[in-house]
Design a binder for this molecule. Structure first.
Ligand SMILES: [Ca+2]
Ligand SMILES: [Ca+2]
Ligand SMILES: [Ca+2]
Ligand SMILES: [Ca+2]
Length: 187
């Protein structure tokens, strides 16, 4: 997929506007929790074009019901749940719909084994030794975090507001602008 020059320009404008950068012609608002600074160095790993292409691909993955260039909260929740289900399936090497401690610790770094052994034991709340899907889900993003992520992405500042669908949903522009409007995530 090739990102059009126009789109890149639009994203930069959006990112600048959202971050209240010096470039912005409009009035700057100080209420943004996430857009204090536009870091022109980025993370130093990926080019803007690479970031945009990856984001656009992810957007398309989420925007499926319906595919209308907007992500609803339902689409967002469904996608995050599917990601957690993917992780579960990947860890469940013997496909018995349970994660054993051994399966859970696969590919963990040596110095993290004790940590993740504890995590596994704390997540295991029923009488059965292994983690079932419900127990595993507790280790994934919870509703409050999902709500916070969705609301943070749905800034409603990047678009012109002419589309009524935009108010409660994440537009492509909002989604693409997000990486330029956020501090580095902690690992
Ligand atoms: Ca949609
Ligand atoms: Ca298993
Ligand atoms: Ca269990
Ligand atoms: Ca929106």
């Amino acid at each position: 997929m090739k990102t059009s020059r126009l789109l890149v320009t639009a994203i930069f404008a959006a990112a600048m506007a959202l971050s209240g950068g010096a470039y912005a012609h409009g009035k700057k608002s100080h209420d943004s929790q996430h857009g204090e600074k536009y870091d022109s160095d980025g993370d130093g790993h990926a080019s803007v074009d690479e970031i945009l292409q990856k984001r656009a691909a992810k957007f398309a993955e989420i925007d499926v019901n319906p595919t209308d260039n907007f992500i609803s909260f339902e689409e967002f929740k469904t996608w995050i749940a599917s990601k957690q289900a993917d992780r579960f399936a990947k860890l469940d090497a013997n496909s018995d719909s349970l994660i054993s401690l051994e399966e859970y610790l696969v590919n963990r770094k040596e110095k993290k084994i004790a940590l993740f052994t504890q995590v596994f034991k704390l997540a295991n709340t029923n009488a059965e030794d292994d983690l079932n899907a419900d127990e595993f889900a507790v280790l994934g993003p919870q509703l409050g975090q999902i709500i916070m992520r969705f609301a943070s992405l749905n800034t409603n500042k990047a678009d012109d507001g002419s589309n009524p669908l935009d108010a409660d949903q994440i537009s492509l522009i909002e989604y693409l602008a997000a990486p330029f409007n956020r501090h580095k995530r902690h690992h």
